[in-house]
Design a binder for this molecule. Structure first.
Ligand SMILES: Cc1ncc(C[n+]2csc(CCOP(=O)(O)OP(=O)(O)O)c2C)c(N)n1
Length: 269
């Protein structure tokens, strides 16, 4: 069964598996579910809350400490770079995530709560098109630093979004450049196909340097953890123009590191 809790009656059935829409808020639903389940078993609602939330939190802590240990041991790669970037985002700033592996990494790692960062994304049906255009619009609608984080293909697909006179100075673009569609090197199925390099990953050697020059944006390049730290100290400073930070990573190291991460997470179960 797949129940959806939502106040609007409109059906959004992403996975084509919806069996019921319950038109109430999640808070209302869970509060009442807990009371009723407790009453059925002759227990107090507090007891229910305690055992479930406690188990969840214990598991969360276990996962967080494994992720922390893993991040401390891995070489420079997209996972470590993403973690560094998320942890250096200016407090109260806005983030716009590109699709493909970027949004998945952000989902695994999370932005630190204490930074109170607002995270947006065109998740939709995972299109890598149009995300830079959305980020430019989002940055125009606020004076806060708005950081767009995307893979190289998503960035290059949509670089014409910078071709006008209104690119705002609060926009920061981080490109994690693994020279192609890196996600296909880690997806089961695609990664073992003979067409992987040429037709899925579509390797290239572009950098964003010329695009930055074309549109008068500042440009930084880094390819190590040390460079990245140094660049980030400058990158988020207020400036009179938008900027691009390009982070190069090695596709094979990325794939190995992610598979290692996956096996660590599986062992947690
Ligand atoms: C408009 C569009 N075309 C094609 C795809 C298929 N696709 C999914 S991920 C991906 C590669 C994305 O590469 P990149 O943005 O560099 O991110 P990475 O996979 O390296 O994280 C492609 C082409 C898509 N999702 N959307």
């Amino acid at each position: 069964m797949h129940w959806q809790l939502q106040s609007s009656p409109q059906s959004i059935d992403t996975f084509q598996a919806l069996t019921r829409i319950i038109p109430v808020s999640a808070d209302y639903f869970f509060e009442n579910l807990r009371k009723r389940l407790a009453a059925n078993e002759g227990r107090s609602p507090g007891e229910f809350e305690h055992s479930y939330a406690g188990r969840w939190q214990a598991f969360e802590e276990k996962a967080l400490s494994s992720i922390k240990k893993f991040l401390a041991e891995i070489p420079h790669c997209e996972f470590s770079a993403m973690n560094t970037i998320l942890n250096r985002l200016p407090p109260q700033s806005h983030v716009q995530l590109g699709n493909s592996f970027i949004v998945r990494m952000a989902n695994f790692l999370g932005a630190p709560d204490e930074r109170n960062v607002k995270v947006n994304s065109n998740r939709g049906t995972s299109g890598i098109d149009g995300t830079l255009g959305t980020a430019v619009g989002a940055a125009l609608a606020t004076s806060k630093i708005t950081t767009f984080i995307a893979g190289d293909l998503a960035f290059f697909y949509d670089r014409n979004a910078l071709w006008h006179k209104y690119v705002p100075p609060n926009l920061r673009i981080v490109i994690i450049n693994n020279q192609g569609g890196g996600i296909f090197r880690i997806l089961d199925g695609a990664r073992s196909l003979p067409e992987l390099d040429q037709h899925f990953e579509v390797e290239h050697n572009l950098t964003a340097k010329n695009t930055a020059e074309d549109h008068n944006l500042s440009y930084m390049f880094c390819d190590s953890a040390e460079n990245l730290e140094a660049c980030l100290s400058e990158f988020f400073k207020p400036s009179d123009k938008a900027g691009i930070l390009e982070v190069h990573t090695d596709k094979n190291v990325n794939a190995e590191t992610f598979l290692q991460f996956k096996s660590i997470m599986k062992e947690l179960k």
